[in-house]
Write a protein that binds this ligand. Structure first.
Ligand code: ZN
Length: 347
């Protein structure tokens, strides 16, 4: 054993579990994972994998914290909300305190077809902590195109689902759903609410799938769509093997990737659970937040740090990021959000 390797003592209980062992632990330490979304699922995923000694975590999230997140986003606290930090930045500080051996790489961004390739650079596995199908279909395309395993997870109300996708080996998300459901057609945590315990269950299932894959035990993965409902206490496993053979629409058979190529997907999104709309402007020149703050000060209440600027004006809370992306709080209407952005920030 080389002196340059970190000591393994802290993982002794995990290594004692025979399928992991020292060999599996070393594989975990050498692994690189993208966690897409640092909200409810992402908090549990990051917490679990950092403690397990997954060597490098790249964390990407587009949002900042609000008080109503704390009910289920277990890595954050009231001080983080008061600090007005993006989630990816707040979570980095927590994770470094938990395990200083692992590399944490926080990225404040919306995942889209323009940045997904860079986000996946060198990554062994993708974990889904997102809250929307548009991003999941992009992840599915990218995973299939580059041959990277990914683990889908989603929760609403007291129910959650998880599915593990090994490109070329198991059915993919498109085999299951064919297409992203149109906005407004599925229950969301806005309409149906969400209970904290189901998030912990689903994210823990996803995290265990990650440990299997990264420790070299692909044979042990869950090959079903797992559906867990905690209020009436039901667990279902939906077998998927027939799906991949039955459909010819699926990305994993046809090898076409419209989400990855930018033919599908938009730059606006109504944010689940937030009464807010995100507007993105890929390719726009970087905004100087300090100058913007001076310009906006006469209009309303302005606060800013180096990650974001927040303007409270009329009934809106407008948060602007240096890349020009904005989250317009106070509306679920995309057109109204665009109008507010144009009026206060500039088109
Ligand atoms: Zn497929």
């Amino acid at each position: 054993m080389s002196d340059s390797l970190p000591p393994l003592d802290r993982y002794v209980r995990q290594m004692r579990y025979p399928p992991v062992g020292e060999e599996g632990q070393r594989r975990l330490l050498a692994s690189r994972v993208l966690i897409c979304g640092c909200g409810a699922l992402g908090s549990v995923l990051a917490n679990t994998l950092v403690r397990a000694g997954v060597g490098h975590l790249r964390l990407v999230d587009r949002d900042f914290l609000e008080l109503s997140n704390l009910q289920r986003q277990v890595l954050y606290d009231e001080e983080d909300v008061a600090a007005g930090l993006p989630k990816a930045v707040a979570v980095e500080a927590k994770l470094r305190k938990i395990n200083s051996q692992v590399q944490i790489e926080p990225i404040v961004a919306d995942v889209d077809h323009t940045n997904i390739r860079a986000l996946l650079d060198g990554v062994d596995l993708i974990l889904d902590g997102t809250d929307n199908f548009e991003t999941r279909f992009l992840l599915n395309d990218a995973a299939l195109c580059f041959g990277i395993p990914w683990v889908f997870g989603g929760c609403v109300g007291a129910e959650g689902q998880s599915m593990t996708i090994l490109p070329g080996e198991t059915p993919c998300l498109q085999c299951l759903l064919h297409d992203a459901p149109p906005p407004g057609t599925t229950a969301t945590c806005d309409t149906a609410g969400i209970l904290g315990p189901i998030v912990n269950v689903i994210a823990s299932i996803q995290a265990c799938e990650a440990l299997k894959i990264l420790s070299g035990h692909r044979e042990a993965i869950n090959r079903t769509l797992l559906v867990v409902e905690l209020w009436d206490t039901r667990v279902r496993q939906v077998h998927l093997d027939a799906l991949r053979d039955a459909t010819d629409r699926a990305a994993c058979r046809r090898r076409s990737f419209p989400w990855l190529e930018g033919q599908r997907g938009s730059h606006t999104a109504v944010l689940c659970g937030r009464h807010a709309v995100q507007l993105s402007y890929p390719g726009r020149a970087a905004l100087a937040l300090d100058a913007l703050a001076r310009n906006l000060a006469p209009l309303g209440r302005v606060t800013y740090n180096r990650f974001l600027l927040r303007l409270e004006v009329d009934r809106y809370a407008i948060t602007v990021f240096p890349d020009g992306r904005a989250i317009i709080g106070g509306t679920d209407d995309i057109a109204e959000a665009r109008t507010a952005y144009a009026k206060y920030i500039g088109a």
